[in-house]
Write a protein that binds this ligand. Structure first.
Ligand code: THU
Length: 137
């Protein structure tokens, strides 16, 4: 029984990390998510000379998957060179919440492969939900 991060997701995320465009922060991040059918979609962060326009790896992957028609992600893995497992930013947590079940696996990996398995229930408690837009009685 394997209990660590899924190796196929880790490999895809590391490959995306290598292709990340991070000339300003020098902090490349890779994210790989699995669709319910098994397909993996991966992306890295993409920065911009106008810094505020930069996009995190998680949202790059989420938007690539959603633009391809996906509406549900089964799990996601994020890798960056933090001392411990990387922590996704608040904006990415909210975007992932749109497409993932609260209990779905979120794998966070840092330097030396240090990892943590968590979920959006833990990362974003009391999230604003798509269901909150449904105000009908
Ligand atoms: N970044 C990500 O892509 N994902 C994270 O989880 C944390 C931060 C990016 C944003 C920016 O391009 C660089 O890392 C430094 O913050």
């Amino acid at each position: 029984m394997s209990e660590g991060p899924p190796q196929d997701l880790l490999q895809a995320a590391r490959q995306a990390q290598e292709s990340a465009y991070a000339p300003y922060s020098h902090f490349p991040v890779g994210a790989a998510l699995r669709l319910p059918g098994g397909r993996i979609v991966a992306a890295g962060n993409v920065e911009n000379a106008s810094y505020g326009l930069s996009m995190c790896a998680e949202r790059s992957a989420a938007f690539a998957a959603a633009s391809g028609g996906a509406r549900k992600f089964a799990e996601i893995l994020v890798v960056g060179e933090t001392k411990g497992p990387i922590a996704p930013c608040g904006a990415c947590r909210q975007v992932l919440f749109e497409f993932m079940d609260a209990a779905a696996p979120v794998w966070l990996v840092g330097q030396g492969g240090k990892w943590r398995r968590t979920s959006l229930a833990e990362l974003l408690p009391n999230a604003f939900s798509p269901r909150d837009l449904d105000t009908a009685d």
